[in-house]
Design a protein around this ligand. Structure first.
Ligand SMILES: [Zn+2]
Length: 75
């Protein structure tokens, strides 16, 4: 009976110790930045470089990487 009480005390102390200890890194929820949403890539009609649609300049149904190539037109 005496050993049972000692065991119970050890179990309670162990449970308290476990609950106060921070979780190991592998069990913590990973806080990592979300990757940017995939964007459509377009091709510069002049030089052929690929760039996100949001950064491309549109003119006459063509996409361009910069103002200079927009002025030069499709190649
Ligand atoms: Zn270009």
């Amino acid at each position: 009976m005496k050993y049972l009480i000692v065991l119970a005390v050890i179990a309670v102390v162990y449970a308290l110790w476990r609950s106060q200890r921070p979780a190991p890194p592998s069990q913590r929820p990973a806080v990592r930045p979300r990757p940017a949403a995939p964007q459509d890539m377009v091709r510069c009609a002049h030089c052929g470089v690929h760039l996100p649609r949001g950064e491309a300049l549109q003119q006459g149904g063509h996409s361009y990487c910069c103002r200079e190539h927009q002025d030069l037109g499709p190649n």
